[in-house]
Design a protein around this ligand. Structure first.
Ligand code: PLP
Length: 422
């Protein structure tokens, strides 16, 4: 692509963009009467214009029917979660029976570790990325301690090499190999939240399986951002939140994938609740748990319909658009941001450094930019000029142009504001 750092080029790109109509299907925070340049869809996705209607429907049915809503609501509350199996399976490359939407991300990570981190004195280690999202670190540490092991011995972090920001794939594979007799679980992010690096999930899964480990992924920054093939890659389990790229609102419900072979394994330990019990006999309220032969067996509680209604509004949009179109636009749009940063650098003494991989197969839409020698006043200037991005101390700006609602003009305008703020 022959990019140009001009407004007319950006507008031309927007004109040609087959997804351009989706921008108007989201609410943007406004500043000085204009839409902000919203580059934080990786933190909290924007609200679809349709969400209010989806949620209002359920509020109305609740008001109208009270408990009878369980029988008369327009969208069945008892099985509300079931409508996610197909579209969410498509979103992450899974079978519908491998998907359940429930709880929130860290809760699900724990529930999945209950089933898939079962350490023995010989195999007790977890291999993960260094600087994983803090919640994931706390989850792993507490699981290790819960089983009576010491996180210092049991958690093996694969770090970037001295002077580098991203983790080399060969170092991940080497760590798995080095711990081949003692690793129980390989647990990585699909995308590192800080650097935006995408890990090679297929190859990591293969390497973990070769040494007899279980392999799972936290897809918080991958769901709705990357095209994935969880089933074909033979990933054991994964979970993600729905409020980042999936635009389902603050604290929204989380998605879970569990590989078919585990779903049908009758001996797998899991924490159970009534919503995982066989639907035909659930309301007999018998004491013996009969698991549903799908990922639903892990669901404990009845569906949180209000937050699921918000999720449904967004999932319907994703189902209409499809990951192929989103990923194709990401390549162009994030590529444009990269070009603009490189262009600005030409006139800078102290250059901005993109720490996200340049290789398109190793990134989604986020670019993490180190502003060497600059402090938070740079970020404050950006914010005052209408850019909503994310600042991490000491000097990293994370920008995620989201293909569903960001435009090439957003990226161009961001570049102009950045140039003026430096
Ligand atoms: C956003 C995020 C979380 C947040 O966890 P919640 O349980 O949804 O609060 C956890 N892990 C990762 C990797 C994240 O990116």
């Amino acid at each position: 692509m022959n990019y140009q750092n001009t407004e007319s080029f950006a507008r031309e790109m927007d004109e040609k963009d087959s997804l351009k109509g989706y921008r108007d299907k989201f609410y943007f925070p406004m500043m000085h009467g204009k839409k902000t340049i919203y580059f934080t869809g990786n933190s909290l996705g924007l609200q679809p214009v349709t969400t209010q209607d989806y949620v209002l429907n359920e509020l109305e049915d609740w008001a109208t029917f009270g408990v009878e809503g369980h029988f008369h609501a327009r969208n069945n509350w008892l099985s509300y979660h079931e409508q996610f199996a197909e579209p969410v399976a498509k979103l992450v490359g899974a079978l519908p029976s491998e998907i359940v939407v429930m709880n929130q991300l860290t809760v699900n990570l724990h529930l999945l570790m209950v089933s898939f981190y079962r350490p023995t004195d010989k195999r007790f280690k977890i291999i993960c990325e260094a600087k994983a999202f803090p919640s994931d670190q706390y989850a792993m540490q507490s699981q290790v301690k819960f089983h009576g092991y010491n996180p210092e011995d049991a958690i093996i972090e694969v770090a970037a090499r001295e002077g580098e920001h991203c983790i080399r794939h060969e170092d991940i594979i080497a760590a798995i190999d080095k711990n081949k007799d003692s690793v129980a679980l390989v647990l990585f992010g699909g995308v590192n939240y800080y650097t935006g690096q995408v890990f090679n999930m297929k190859a990591i899964t293969e390497a973990g399986h070769t040494v007899g480990a279980i392999v799972g992924f936290d897809l918080a920054h991958a769901a709705g951002n990357l095209k994935m093939e969880l089933h074909n890659w033979d990933v054991d389990f994964a979970c993600w939140c729905s409020y980042k790229y999936l635009n389902s609102g603050p604290g929204g419900v989380s998605g879970v994938y569990i590989n078919e072979r585990h779903v049908t394994d009758k001996n797998i330990p899991r924490f159970a609740g009534w919503w995982g019990h066989d639907k035909g006999t659930r309301f007999k309220m018998d004491k013996d748990f009969v698991p549903i032969p799908s990922a639903e067996a892990w669901q404990m509680s009845n569906a949180p319909v209000l937050s699921m209604a918000a999720h449904k509004a967004s999932v319907d949009i994703f189902d209409e658009v499809g990951m192929d179109a989103l990923v194709a636009k990401t390549e162009l749009l994030t590529g444009y941001l990269e070009f603009i940063i490189d262009d600005i650098n030409k006139s800078l003494e102290q250059k901005l450094e993109i720490i996200t991989p340049r290789d398109k197969s190793q990134r989604g839409c986020q670019l993490s930019i180190v502003a060497h020698g600059r402090g938070k006043d740079l970020f404050n200037k950006l914010t005052e000029a209408g850019v909503i991005s994310d600042w991490r101390e000491p000097n990293v700006i994370r920008c995620a142009p989201v293909p569903l609602y960001n435009s090439f003009e957003d990226v161009y305008r961001f570049g102009e504001i950045l140039k003026n703020s430096l």
